[in-house]
Design a binder for this molecule. Structure first.
Ligand code: GLU
Length: 469
């Protein structure tokens, strides 16, 4: 039997990192089993779906390595509406479902308590289809439903605790629970690997599989992803959109490596590993069922390591979207004609060791491309103290006299200027750095000045000196 898995996102918002994790787990499982990965867009909630969310899912999957054309689909759930209705009809005709026109208030009035679920009132009243008549599944009174779950063992649900749940609304439209089952059935899905949030749906869905006469799939409910307060990651509170990480300059390789560590780890205390190691070693059965902490700090550190491991030429290429502003990435503060690829290539190796995310490249190199630096006023005030004017005067004079404009000579020259004033190099550098780059931190100063060139460096130092008058 060929293993067939599916990833079935609903296009109702930005693509969530938890969804990306489930997609990767499905992807690897299919690959390991020589199976097929199916992508199904569950777009039946017309009020909340938007086509751009679907496009966002496809492009985010592509970015993370699940590329278009390498899977089956995308299928769209809305295209199968006929099948969903046919299944509802079959369940009704075979007596496995019945119509009901009770409102919540009706049930409450009968049971005299808070609404605790449907009381089965219409089970045997023989109500036929009609406007406002919802179709409910006739849940077995006895026995239990055992879910075979690769991660959670065999969670068992007593049938008598499962209410006769709605499978088609009063307007005849089948609900998600049924549509999802019917699609899995028609697409021949053998393994449903999805988030833990769906576990409460699973006994109901399995009852539907049984009632429709098809052997249910094997399930695997992967752990919920939580923030540092152990709260489920939410789009209102946390940064959850995969696209946001991409646009901030996380590398796809770092991101997917990190996502696979949510609830699982490769052998031998390793965390950063080649993707092929993950593809070999990952075992769905080994995924820890407890909530998985999405640690953004750790992800940043991870990403920094991935950045440092790139060959410089790839690092230069990887920075281009932030240097030019493409797609959803904001343009940098300089004009396109001010950008100088050679100057960038000269400082790229210095920048590469310092970035945690690629977007940080912009504040590190903007001084090179802008006609005058963007001065951080707080940094200016903190740095330009008594003595800065005198120091800048001396540094300007010494730099003007330099024969060779190279990092080494610049360093020894400024060091000497500082020494005459009893200052260590760090203190001597600070006003020069702020004058030239506008900031207190950045790339190594003397290499920066070498690349910036004599004229531009001196012009900026003179301008800063004038401000100090
Ligand atoms: N469309 C559902 C969701 O996005 C997925 C359901 C499933 O995987 O079975 O949560």
């Amino acid at each position: 039997m060929t293993v067939r898995v599916r990833f079935a996102p609903s296009p109702t918002g930005m693509f969530h990192v938890g969804g990306a994790r489930s997609a990767l787990q499905n992807w690897i499982y299919a690959k390991q089993q020589g199976g097929v990965f199916v992508l199904r867009i569950e777009d039946t909630d017309a009020a909340r779906n938007k086509p751009e969310w679907t496009e966002g899912i496809l492009s985010a999957l592509d970015w993370i390595g699940i590329s278009r054309g390498s899977y089956e689909g995308p299928y769209f759930q809305s295209a199968n509406a006929g099948e969903h209705r046919a299944a509802a009809t079959r369940l009704y005709e075979s007596g496995r479902a019945y119509y009901c026109d009770c409102t919540r208030e009706d049930v409450q009035a009968r049971t005299g308590s808070q609404y605790q679920g449907y009381d089965g009132y219409h089970r045997d009243l023989g109500l036929g289809p009609g406007p406002g008549h919802a179709l409910r599944f006739r849940t077995p009174d006895e026995g239990s439903t055992v879910v075979v779950d690769l991660i959670r063992g065999e969670p068992t649900f007593e049938n008598k605790l499962i209410e006769d749940f709605v499978i088609a609304r009063g307007d005849g439209s089948p609900v998600f629970l049924l549509a999802n089952v019917v699609d899995d059935m028609t697409m021949g899905i053998t393994h449903v690997i999805r988030a833990e949030e769906h576990l409460p749906n699973t006994p109901k869905q399995q009852l539907l599989w049984d009632a429709l006469g098809v052997k249910p799939p094997v399930w695997a409910h992967v752990p919920v992803v939580v923030n540092e307060k152990r709260q489920k990651l939410s789009k209102r509170r946390d940064k959850v959109a995969l696209e946001a990480y991409r646009d901030e300059g996380y590398l796809a390789g770092a991101m997917r490596n990190y996502l696979m560590l949510l609830g699982w780890a490769p052998s031998g205390d390793r965390e950063i590993v080649e993707w092929s190691v993950i593809e070999d070693e990952f075992r769905l059965e080994e995924v820890n069922p407890s909530p998985a902490f999405f640690d953004e700090k750790k992800l940043r550190a991870f990403n920094g390591e991935y950045i440092r491991a790139l060959p410089v030429s790839e690092f230069i290429d990887a920075c281009q979207p932030w240097l030019t502003g493409t797609g959803t990435i904001a343009p940098p503060p300089w004009q396109p004609e001010e950008y100088d690829a050679d100057a960038f290539a000269a400082v790229a190796p210095l920048a590469q060791t310092r970035l945690a995310v690629l977007s940080e490249i912009v504040p590190n190199v903007d001084f090179l491309f802008l006609a005058s630096p963007l001065i951080d006023e707080a940094a200016w005030t903190k740095t330009m103290k008594d003595g800065s004017a005198d120091l800048l005067d001396a540094a300007i004079a010494a730099f003007e006299a330099l024969q060779s404009w190279d990092a080494e000579s610049l360093k020894s020259t400024l060091e000497a200027v500082g020494a005459e004033r009893g200052l260590k190099l760090g203190k001597t550098q600070a006003p020069v750095r702020v004058a030239v780059t506008g900031r207190t931190v950045g790339l190594p100063l003397f290499e920066s000045l070498e690349v910036l060139g004599r004229e531009r460096t001196l012009t900026r130092m003179r301008a800063a000196r004038l401000r100090l008058v």
